[in-house]
Each structure stands twice: as structure tokens, then as C-alpha cells.
Design a protein around this ligand. Structure first.
Ligand code: FAD
Ligand code: DHB
Length: 389
């Protein structure tokens, strides 16, 4: 097998990069470990920054998103009964889009099928070779046979647990990490949203987030100890905790029902620098993880793709390597700002086990400041809707 850009990982990063490269006539092959059904069953992000929306349109996958996605002009940040409205539209002139990662991924798979791109599923034991040579190659096992894919460049889009980052020698990498002492338990339920905008709730009982996918499908989360498992959380226990953690004004409108999905995600901040080693470029979760509190994970993957795709087009077509040479620096500048925002949102909205009374007052004061300062709300809104690419 031969291609121009080998893409490891068929999640949102790999698919979007491939789609944009193919649109410009650059050939790709995607190697994905799981089945397509498995990739599409993972419930993850729900909020798209407008830059992500525009990039998906540019990639030719905007039609269903524009029809079924729900633009949101604001959200609420709360402290017990205090509800602070963040009006994105008024503060920044921009909005975000409610459209799930599963839908984005489904649209991208459909577009890649239509483009005739080779997407191999069930691929294992991926090894990336000759990254310091003019041409590189990837070896992998597929349908019981060891295969070889020759390429000019490799895009490492294989998430946090993938092989791409680990292919870079440890002494060439610098890693930064913060692990938070709690996780998020998330449920999907076919019920109407408790509020027409998202509610990020800080409460004496811990954090909760009220999000949605559509008019009859909600995605709600509660902060849980890392030692908890999904089995510890019956639907009833979830609804009791969730309704206690959102302001009573909102809880009065809560409609409960059976959960159709329930999962726990740990919270972590992580960056591996640089994003390039020879012909290998790391994109999305393979290089960085944010805690979900700022809704930045998927959006950062999209901005990495934005910086990389035109650079790779130039490099493949012989129009110079300035773009790929600058990729790591350009992408990291934006990544670190999103890291800061996600860390700050996480710190502001969660109860930390064993925290002292001072820490709690700092959280309360941050929310109180947000309630009374338009400048503070604008700063939050500017980051939430997404910093410019
Ligand atoms: P991924 O989506 O991880 O895709 C990587 C792909 O590579 C996967 O399909 C994987 O199967 C494949 N792969 C892995 N290893 C290999 C290998 N060795 N060979 C071949 N293929 C391989 N973000 C938010 O904004 N909001 C959220 O609520 C939110 N919730 C999340 C919940 C969980 C449990 C997780 C893990 C992430 C969540 N995120 C959330 C983050 C967001 O989903 C990610 O930032 C986004 O999926 C990144 O896309 P990606 O394509 O870079 O990586
Ligand atoms: C969702 C997840 C987030 O982490 C977030 O900040 C907002 C929304 C969601 O799954 O809908």
C-alpha cells in the first residue's frame, strides 16, 4: 500500500484531516483500531465552537449540522442558587453549536466513504518507521496479515492511548500533566432539557452540568469520586444528586427518565511537546487532553487540524515546508490558552476533597465577581466561544 499521508486513528481528528486533505487532492489512508460501530457509540463532546462549525462546513460536512444542530447564544454558571448568565452573543457577537461528536463523526465517515478513501478498521500493532527519512512507512496487522503502508507523512490522530506519541523518543518529548481527584459521571436520557441553555453548576454537593443533544435528548453530568463505578450509580441516585446540585429554580423544571447511556470519565490536563518529530505530526488527543469543563477537547482537535491541513497540502504539492515547520509552535500557542481556560473552569466549578474553607471562598468569590463584572463575563465568553485560530 502507498499513500501520501498515513493517518493513524479514525476519530474526529483523523477523519476531518483526511477529508480536508482529500478535498485538495491529497491522498490518505486511515488506520483505525476499532470497528466503526464502536467509534460511533462513544458518547463524548457536545459543543462546537464557531471556528469548528466553519471548518466542518469547509470540509463539506456541514449540511446535517446546519439542519439539526442547535446554536446557543449563552450559558449559565451557578453557585448554589446564584445563576450567572453568560451572554456569548452580546459579549462577543459569536455563538456555539450544540451538535454531538457522534454526529460529527458519522457525517465525516459518510463523506470519506463518498470520497472513496481507504479506511481500515480492526487494525492492530501499528508501528511507524523511518520518520527521519524522505519517505516513511507504517506496519500493521489487518485481517490476520502483517501489512505495510508507505507514505510521505504520518498524522498521529490516535488519541491519548495511541502509539504515535510514544513513537517519539522519550528524550525528545516534554510532558506536562495534572490529574484531578474526581471524574464525571455522564448520562444520556430521552427527556426534554431542564433549561434551554447549558447550566454549569457549582454547588455545596459538588459540580453538575446540564447539557443536551436535541429537544428530547439530554446529556447530564455530576462530579463523582474517582473510586466510583457506573454500578454505584442507579438512575435514581443520579437524578437525586443532579437535582440537588442545580439551582432549585432550574430543578423545578427537571423531567427525569431512564438513562440510555451511563459512563464515567476521569479529568486530566496533559500536553506533550513538540507536536512534530520528523515526518510525524501529532493531532488532537494524541498530544493533549483537557478536563471537559470548558468544552474544549474536540474543538482543540479541530484547531490542530486547521493548522496542519493546509501546511500538509503545501508540503505534499511541493509548495514549501514553511507551514509544516511552523505547525507545532502555532498549534501549541492556542493549545496552552485552552489548557489554561479548562483548568480555570475546572478549579472554579468543582469541590475538591479535603479542600479548606479558603478554597471554597475563592470559588464563591470568583462566581460573585462573574455576576457583577461584565469584563469577567466577557473574558469567560471569549474563551468559551473559542479563541481565534
Ligand atoms: P479520539 O476521539 O480519541 O480518536 C482516536 C482514534 O484513534 C480512536 O478512534 C481510537 O480507536 C483510535 N486509535 C487509538 N489507538 C490506535 C492505534 N494504536 N492504532 C489505530 N487506531 C488507534 N470533549 C469535550 O469537549 N466534551 C466532552 O464532554 C468530552 N467528553 C469526553 C469523554 C471521554 C470518555 C473522553 C475520552 C473524551 C471526552 N472529550 C470530551 C474529549 C473529546 O472527545 C476528544 O478531545 C476528541 O475525541 C479528540 O478526538 P481525536 O480524534 O483526537 O481522538
Ligand atoms: C458537553 C460536555 C462538556 O464537557 C461541556 O463542557 C459541555 C457539553 C456535552 O457532552 O454536551
Amino acid at each position: 500500500l502507498t499513500t501520501q499521508v498515513a493517518i493513524i486513528g479514525g476519530g474526529p481528528s483523523g477523519l476531518l484531516l483526511s477529508q480536508l486533505l482529500n478535498s485538495a487532492g491529497v491522498e490518505t489512508v486511515i488506520l483505525e483500531r476499532s470497528t466503526r460501530e464502536h467509534v460511533l457509540s462513544r458518547i463524548r463532546a457536545g459543543i462546537l465552537e464557531w471556528g469548528t462549525v466553519e471548518l466542518l462546513r469547509e470540509a463539506g460536512v456541514g449540511a446535517r449540522m446546519d439542519g439539526e444542530g442547535i446554536p446557543h447564544d449563552g450559558c449559565y454558571m451557578t453557585d448554589d442558587e446564584l445563576m450567572v448568565h453568560i451572554d456569548f452573543k452580546e459579549l462577543t457577537g459569536k455563538r456555539v453549536m450544540v451538535y454531538g461528536q457522534t454526529e460529527v463523526t458519522r457525517d465525516l465517515y459518510q463523506a470519506q466513504d463518498a470520497a472513496g478513501t481507504t479506511v481500515l478498521h480492526g487494525v492492530s500493532d501499528v508501528e511507524i518507521h523511518d520518520l527521519d527519512q524522505t519517505k516513511s512507512y507504517v506496519e500493521f496487522t489487518h485481517e490476520g496479515a502483517r501489512k505495510r503502508l508507505e507514505c510521505l507523512y504520518v498524522a498521529g490522530c490516535d488519541g491519548f492511548h495511541g502509539v504515535s506519541r510514544k513513537t517519539i523518543p522519550a528524550e525528545k518529548r516534554r510532558e506536562f500533566e495534572r490529574v484531578y481527584p474526581f471524574g464525571w459521571l455522564g448520562i444520556l436520557s430521552e427527556t426534554p432539557p431542564v433549561n434551554d441553555e447549558l447550566i454549569y453548576s457549582n454547588s455545596r454537593h459538588g459540580f453538575a452540568l446540564a447539557s443536551m443533544r436535541n429537544a428530547n435528548l439530554v446529556r447530564y453530568y455530576v462530579q463523582v469520586p474517582l473510586s466510583d463505578t457506573v454500578e454505584d450509580w442507579s438512575d435514581q441516585r443520579f437524578w437525586d444528586a443532579f437535582s440537588r446540585r442545580i439551582p432549585s429554580e432550574a430543578a423545578a423544571h427537571l423531567v427525569t427518565g431512564p438513562s440510555i447511556e451511563k459512563s464515567i470519565a476521569p479529568l486530566r490536563s496533559f500536553v506533550s511537546e513538540p507536536l512534530r518529530w520528523g515526518n510525524l505530526f501529532l493531532v488532537g488527543d494524541s498530544a493533549h487532553i483537557v478536563p471537559p469543563t470548558g468544552a474544549k477537547g474536540l474543538n482543540l482537535a479541530a484547531s490542530d487540524v486547521y493548522y496542519l491541513y493546509s501546511a500538509l497540502i503545501d508540503a505534499v504539492k511541493g509548495a514549501g515546508t514553511t507551514g509544516i515547520d511552523a505547525y507545532s509552535t502555532r498549534a501549541l500557542a492556542r493549545i496552552w490558552k485552552a489548557m489554561r481556560f479548562s483548568w480555570q473552569m475546572t478549579t472554579m466549578m468543582h469541590r475538591f476533597d479535603g479542600e479548606d474553607a479558603f478554597a471554597e471562598q475563592m470559588r464563591k468569590a470568583t462566581l460573585a465577581h462573574l455576576a457583577t463584572s461584565e469584563a469577567a463575563r466577557r473574558d469567560l465568553a471569549e474563551n468559551y466561544i473559542g479563541l481565534p485560530f
